[in-house]
Write a protein that binds this ligand. Structure first.
Ligand code: F6P
Length: 345
């Protein structure tokens, strides 16, 4: 069997461990021939591919980034899966002699995996995103690493903030879901965690910051990039994209910090964590989750379980139909937000 491996979307710590798991199980146990396409669909379109075998994946689990590279290049021209585009892709698959794909990616990539599988082009999904916003799995690899980095940033901001009696605002990633903000904020004991799922007003945020000051402390506010700030005049300011569907980091923190300062009279500084939270070596948790995801995906390919995704359910990796994973953004449920909101301020 000849299997193509491809990474798409933003990188996520653990992708190398996932590739290693899939290759060790696929090549060594099932006797697959495996081919890794460079920079996602770009490598597929341009014939830029490398053989994946034991030596290619030696020692890669602790490495950040991904050895194959990744990109947001779409599989179909203009991003549209027209019948002719699918036919072109199908004949390219035949030219490579591929029996199927392992596609490592987030929401967009898993949607593509489903389109391919539905069109009879065998594909299996390996879910990854630091945002943890993918359905069909409890956690995605990369999330734990991002949370650890963000929690460390909170610890560091806390000491400088306290020294200057300042309010510190930390913006973390999360365009549509606030998982990183919620978990990092909880781990770091932040006084407010502002997430896309729950808009808040500047009056409310200022009240929290002032109540912390009244107890003689300095506030640490974590805000997800996609948070929506409600104005008293009914106007909303939403972070997270530049109006053209592209991510825009830093937007909401830069709006929020001066407003907090203006409302509270407390000197406020904004920090945008940005891509730091996506870089560097994955945590042990992410390496284990990613490796197990890779092993399960290779087994599923061997068993011909195409059109599925290797999701974590409790302690087990289970193959779930892609239809159950895609188009279902996994957002923070109200009870998880309420759990922490009651302690804000
Ligand atoms: O991987 C998802 C994500 O981390 C989002 O939270 C963020 O909006 C986006 O990636 C940033 O992407 P890029 O690296 O393309 O700027």
């Amino acid at each position: 069997m000849r299997i193509g491996v491809l990474c798409s979307g933003g990188d996520s710590p653990g992708m190398n461990a996932a590739i290693r798991g899939a290759v060790l199980r696929g090549v060594e146990v099932h006797g697959f021939e495996m081919l890794g396409f460079m920079d996602g669909w770009r490598g597929f379109h341009e014939g830029d591919a490398v053989p994946l075998d034991r030596s290619a994946v030696r020692g890669i689990s602790p490495l950040g980034g991904v050895i194959l590279g990744t990109s947001r290049v779409p599989p179909f021209p203009g991003g549209r899966a027209e019948p002719e585009a699918l036919d072109r892709l199908r004949s390219r698959v035949a030219e490579y002699g591929l029996d199927g794909f392992l596609l490592i990616g987030g929401n967009g990539t898993q949607t593509v995996a489903k389109i391919l599988a539905d069109a009879g082009i065998p594909a299996i999904g390996l879910p990854k995103t630091i945002d943890n916003d993918l359905g069909g799995t409890d956690y995605t690899f990369g999330f734990d690493t991002a949370v650890s980095i963000a929690a460390e940033a909170i610890d560091r901001l806390r000491t400088t903030g306290e020294s200057h009696r300042r309010c510190m605002v930390l913006e973390v990633m999360g365009r549509n879901a606030g998982w990183i903000a919620l978990h990092a904020g909880m781990a770091g004991g932040a006084q407010a965690m502002l997430i896309p799922e729950h808009p808040e007003s500047i009056e409310q945020i200022a009240e929290w910051v002032l109540s912390v000051r009244d107890r003689g402390r300095s506030s640490l506010v974590v805000v997800a990039e996609g948070f929506t700030l409600e104005g008293s005049d009914g106007e909303v300011t939403r972070g997270g994209d530049d109006g053209f569907g592209r991510p825009r980091l830093g937007g909401i923190a830069e709006v929020l910090a001066p407003l907090i300062e203006e409302r509270t009279g407390i000197e406020t500084r904004a920090t945008v964590l940005g891509h730091v939270q996506r870089g560097g070596s994955p945590t042990a948790f992410d390496r284990v989750l990613a490796t197990r995801t890779g092993l399960a995906a290779a087994d599923a390919a061997h068993e011909g379980r195409w059109g599925t995704m290797a999701g974590l359910h409790g302690d087990r990796i289970e193959m779930v139909p892609l239809a159950e994973a895609v188009g279902r953004l996994k957002t923070v449920p109200p009870e998880r937000y309420e759990e922490v909101r009651l302690n804000f301020g």
